[in-house]
Design a protein. Structure first.
Length: 320
């Protein structure tokens, strides 16, 4: 049986302990770069959720060299616990958005540290030119190199709202090019984006499961102050997942790791019943006859599909 350290999924922690024999910690570094979504190349305001620090608010000081940042961050971690192995994580802004000569210098500085066992680079798929890819392939022969891509969602309508700045086809091309060179890809996604519900989230997961990636980072939507997303939230343009809703989202997602999708999906439709009941008691809202007919058809079809997949279909297999 696969040892996932007691979890129903293969976590990064389990992978690192299996690969390197102990817990490995990330060092968040700032390579001193910017982003094409900020400097006017494809936008000048960044992604709608991104902070002024380019998602690197807890990274090292960009005014210091990479070796200095590594030493400082290692020291902070080692004061709390015995730590021997690290991931050099270039986190702030777009970490392949610079001349390849500069990239080679700072990346080699990072992996030259004996306690750094992985080089992880957060970037955009539209900033992975041929020279950069060749450099990453070369460095990957020295120490493992991971590329972390911020997709957030597969849905183009949402991507336009969050100002992602590149189409899905660009992402797919980057994933294929990295995979062809043997470089693992970790994809960042955000759960609870405005306009997206469970159906859209699962569609993104299904889409990613069909690609040659090595990991998915699931992040709940985080509304940061002084961002355009915060302004939309303050204006009441969307609601974030509350604790109960977030718990329900994770519970149903976890259920898919314990049973086949055909056995779980039918329970999704129970939300029709509960929302109708809550609507009546909280708002006095009574659905009309056509709504009840629609509920009946949807629930009846869900039950029939469930029975077919789990009772009738199984019975026919046993007889055969």
């Amino acid at each position: 049986m696969t040892d996932w350290l007691g979890k129903p999924y293969y976590s990064l922690d389990a992978y690192l302990k299996k690969t390197f024999g102990e817990k490995v910690y990330k060092l968040s570094l700032d390579g001193g770069m910017t982003c094409p979504n900020r400097d006017g190349t494809c936008g000048d305001r960044g992604c709608i959720f991104c902070s002024a620090g380019g998602s690197g608010d807890f990274a090292g000081d960009r005014n210091k060299s990479i070796p200095e940042q590594i030493r400082e961050q290692k020291s902070l971690l080692q004061q709390k616990r015995p730590v021997h192995k690290f991931i050099a994580y270039f986190q702030a802004y777009t970490n392949t958005y610079a001349p390849v000569e500069y990239l080679e210098k700072i990346f080699r500085e990072a992996i030259s540290d004996e306690e750094v066992v992985v080089l992880s680079i957060g970037t955009r798929p539209d900033c992975l030119g041929e020279e950069v890819l060749s450099l990453l392939e070369e460095l990957n022969r020295i120490k493992p190199v991971w590329v972390e891509l911020g997709l957030q969602t597969m849905h183009e309508k949402t991507a336009q709202y969050i100002r992602r700045g590149y189409p899905l086809s660009c992402f797919e091309q980057a994933v294929n090019e990295l995979h062809r060179r043997g470089i693992p890809v970790i994809v960042h996604t955000i759960l609870g984006l405005p306009g997206e519900g469970q159906e859209e989230v699962f569609a993104t997961m299904d889409y990613l499961n069909g690609l040659s990636i090595s990991g998915i980072k699931l992040q709940l939507l985080h509304v940061l102050k002084n961002t355009d997303l915060a302004a939309d939230y303050a204006a009441g343009k969307f609601e974030v997942l509350e604790q109960d809703a977030a718990g329900g989202q994770f519970a149903i997602t976890a259920a898919y790791t314990h049973a086949p999708a055909r056995e779980i999906s039918v329970y999704d439709y129970s939300q029709l019943i509960f929302t109708t009941i809550l609507g009546y008691f909280l708002f006095g809202d009574i659905p009309d006859g056509w709504s009840f007919l629609g509920y009946f058809i949807i629930i009846a079809m869900a039950v029939l599909v469930f029975l077919y997949n789990n009772v009738w279909h199984n019975d026919s297999e046993v007889k055969n």
